[in-house]
Ligand binder design. Structure first.
Ligand code: PEP
Ligand code: MN
Length: 298
């Protein structure tokens, strides 16, 4: 029986020829495309750790978290200035003011910034302040937004929709690629599947990492924060993702020293800088032992 709109992996070369490893096979098919954001290289031998607050809530909070994640060894700063919230009554982000704060934090720490853009009309503005545009889970299939992000020429962090198949996710990446922009990093952030919500926010689909690598040459990273929604699960999920071949992590962090204010957004999944430092050490030792195994071929 044929079902309209039903696509599977076999359709990928047709859906997304520009990013398909099977179509674009002139390059060494074992290679991942390196996506560069300033000095940061996604898809290279060392996984990239992005960290920062869920939302930019104030200048003090953002600068404190930026300094802390830099000291913990993160290579890039995250933070939402435009927040997609379930309730329109909840904190929506500081908007352009938040972008300015992120820029300041980036200048001071030297960390490039990734931040979410939700509206195609704001791609240019967000691009003036950010080094990389984040397209969030809720907007993965916002096609006008994908087209604008593609036209911006900026590197794009494309999060997987919370109920998106691999075909839908890579189809969304193809919209960016079709505008001539191959600077795309994919991000698995947990999917809605049973028993999501019972003991974790979402279900972290680590199995998708090797599947992504088989279908496309684009790098893929993991967001353990939104995938679990539970601070105590982040370290384990991060290490598992790295061992499963993720090209990086994007993690929400909050400062926990005296006087720090509890985050307005996603407080339950924020880890402290000390936990982030342990994750970075794991990434470093994993990268070194992998390089050693390669050098000695064991
Ligand atoms: C975020 O990273 O700030 C975010 C809102 O994540 P997601 O789009 O994956 O829910
Ligand atoms: Mn968040």
């Amino acid at each position: 029986m044929k079902i309209a709109g039903n696509v599977g992996l076999r359709d990928l070369p047709r859906i997304c020829p520009l990013i398909s490893r099977k179509v674009q096979n002139s390059a060494d098919t074992t290679e991942t495309r390196v996506v560069q954001v300033g000095p940061v290289r996604f898809g290279d031998t060392r996984p990239v750790v992005i960290a920062g607050p869920c939302a930019v809530e104030s200048r003090e909070q953002t600068l404190a978290v930026a300094r802390a994640v830099k000291a913990a060894g993160a290579e890039m700063l995250r933070g939402g200035a435009f927040k997609p919230r379930t309730s329109p009554h909840d904190f929506q982000g500081l908007g352009v003011e938040g972008l300015k704060i992120l820029r300041e934090a980036s200048r001071e720490t030297g960390l490039p910034v990734v931040t979410e853009v939700m509206d195609p009309r704001l791609v240019e503005t967000v691009g003036e302040y950010a080094d990389m545009l984040q397209i969030g889970s809720r907007n993965m299939q916002n096609y006008p937004l994908l087209v604008e992000a593609g036209r911006s020429g900026k590197p794009v962090l494309l999060k997987r929709g919370m109920a998106a198949s691999l075909c839908e996710w890579l189809g969304a990446a193809e919209y960016v690629a079709k505008e001539g922009n191959l600077e795309i990093v994919l991000c698995e952030r947990g999917i809605k599947a049973f028993p999501a919500g019972e003991y974790s926010r979402n279900v972290l689909d680590l199995n998708v990492i090797p599947a992504v690598k088989e279908e496309t040459f684009l790098p893929v990273i993991v967001d353990p924060s939104h995938a679990t929604g539970v601070a105590s699960m982040i370290e384990g999920a991060s290490c598992a993702a790295i061992q499963y071949g993720s090209h990086g992590l994007i993690i929400e962090v909050a400062c926990d020293d005296e006087g720090s204010v509890k985050p307005k957004c996603d407080a339950a999944q924020a880890i402290n800088p000390a936990t982030l430092a342990r994750i970075v050490r794991f990434v470093t030792s994993h990268t070194e032992s992998k390089a050693m195994r390669k050098a000695h071929a064991f």
